[in-house]
Design a protein around this ligand. Structure first.
Ligand code: EPU
Length: 427
């Protein structure tokens, strides 16, 4: 996949008229496939994954795996990874710096090859993104650490990672996944406490169990991993649906839909989002694997507070804030996970939104306010999506730049918007 950093979306809004209808199929989850791809390094041989989204981050993860000496290919939703020849313990500096999810490879490489050298992934637009949990956790499992400002190296004891108990002082999705996969190859049981409980953690555990791993408690705060012999799964492993892509389209449907249906979805992964939309007065109907929403005559204000799963996901905070600009009354938005994730709001304000930022974690939105088209660049995947939503409800034609960032997490987003009736193209 070629990444072109100059592309933008041109979107003409409906000036608030609910004009979208139809159905959209949700892809496999970005944040499940990335840890599962990393986990494939734990086993020696070929792993096949299905329902894999064709997004830039998947291709970056293939390149990172190839840098280690594995082989990866992607075609029509199927990703194959062969790990027999993996022997390089140094992660590609440029790629690893660009993709925070490269931290997922630390555990698998260390457990499989005995050491790993990686660049500090650095901060990003979401705020400071430390890796202290990773370093300290591997020290607990007997590893030594050396590092400078450029890169870090972790080395496992010659006999392999030791067992032990790790308490995460912050709940972290990728740290939970990283230690869970590494611990599969440890010499003794590893207990992880205060774990993230996201569906993607459970999906990663399910993949590892298909490889023979003995893991208890994934999806709860305490996970215990027992040593086990692992080999590639016998059958292709299907990636779970992307709850964040699903939530993004639910919010689009609540904003402008006349019966917008999303398919290939697991409604139970979206309880917090469905509940927030219900409180806002959005008609919403779920079956086992579809959800249908429409724009109500009046959207009601509500307060949202991002939280680890099963709370309201931080990845849908920006799209939800765009929806709240069209709701009657005052809503509070509290972002508890990242310290830089309200920065996109200044641009929404230039479109006409009435939002006050009180501090890096809290904003209040007064609505409804008509939005005007603007030329703006999305700072990250989810804020970029929030700007597309704003462009779709605004009057006039907006240019939303940094399409390549939206492409990191959403497959062919403009085609999906078009299929619902939105006027959007990529330049
Ligand atoms: N944290 C530490 N020390 C660490 C690691 C994390 O203090 O060593 C802190 C972070 O700074 C943050 C908190 O822990 O305040 C939680 O962050 P977490 O580690 O859970 O985030 P992540 O694992 O790096 C994943 C998703 C993100 C999503 C967050 C929160 C993947 C590949 N990424 O990131 O997804 O926002 O969990 O749910 O799974 C996205 O898809 O757009 C995205 C950013």
């Amino acid at each position: 996949m070629n990444i072109n950093e100059n592309q933008a979306f041109i979107i003409t809004g409906s000036a608030g008229e609910p004009t979208l209808s139809g159905s959209v199929a949700i892809e496999g989850a970005k944040n499940a496939v990335l840890p599962i791809m990393a986990a494939s390094l734990i086993v020696d041989g070929e792993t096949q994954l299905t329902n894999v989204p064709n997004i830039a981050d998947v291709h970056s993860m293939i390149s990172l795996l190839e840098g280690i000496g594995a082989y990866g290919s992607y075609r029509d939703g199927v990703c194959s990874i062969r790990t027999q020849d993996a022997k390089n313990t140094i992660l590609d500096q440029t790629l690893a710096k660009r993709l925070r999810a490269s931290v997922l490879l630390i555990g698998a490489t260390l457990a499989r090859l005995g050491s790993v050298t990686f660049p500090h992934p650095g901060g990003c637009v979401l705020g400071s993104r430390p890796i202290d949990l990773f370093i300290e956790g591997f020290q607990t499992l007997g590893c030594s650490f050396t590092g400078d400002e450029e890169s870090s190296t972790l080395t496992a004891p010659p006999e392999g990672l030791s067992g032990g108990t790790i308490f995460f002082r912050v709940m972290s999705v990728t740290a939970t996944e990283t230690f869970m996969m590494a611990a599969v190859r440890a010499q003794a049981p590893v207990t992880l406490k205060n774990c993230a409980m996201e569906p993607e953690v459970v999906a990663t555990a399910d993949f590892l169990k298909k490889c023979g791993a003995r893991i208890e408690g994934a999806g709860t705060p305490t996970i215990i991993i027992h040593p086990a012999h692992v080999e590639p799964p016998q059958e292709p492993f299907a990636v779970i649906p992307d709850r964040i892509e699903a939530g993004s389209f639910l919010i689009l449907g609540a904003l402008l839909g006349k019966d917008v249906t999303i398919t290939n979805v697991r409604p139970s992964d979206l309880d917090a989002v469905i509940e927030a939309l219900r409180v806002m007065g959005v008609p919403i109907h779920a079956t086992e694997d579809t959800i249908t929403v429409s724009r109500p005559d009046t959207l009601r204000a509500t307060d949202i507070r991002t939280h680890e799963h099963p709370g309201f996901p931080t990845d849908l905070q920006a799209p939800m804030t765009t929806l709240l600009t069209q709701a009657e009354g005052e809503s509070a938005v509290v972002e508890t996970i990242f310290d830089g994730r309200l920065n996109y709001i200044d641009d929404l304000v230039t479109m006409g939104a009435d939002i006050r930022i009180w501090n890096p974690h809290k904003a209040t939105v007064k609505g409804p306010t008509p939005l005007k088209a603007r030329d703006i660049d999305g700072p990250d995947i989810r804020a970029g999506l929030a700007f597309l939503l704003a462009g779709a409800v605004a009057s006039g034609t907006s240019r939303i730049g940094n399409a390549h960032l939206i492409d990191r997490g959403y497959q062919q987003i403009e085609q999906k918007f078009q299929s619902l009736g939105a006027t959007i193209e990529r330049t």
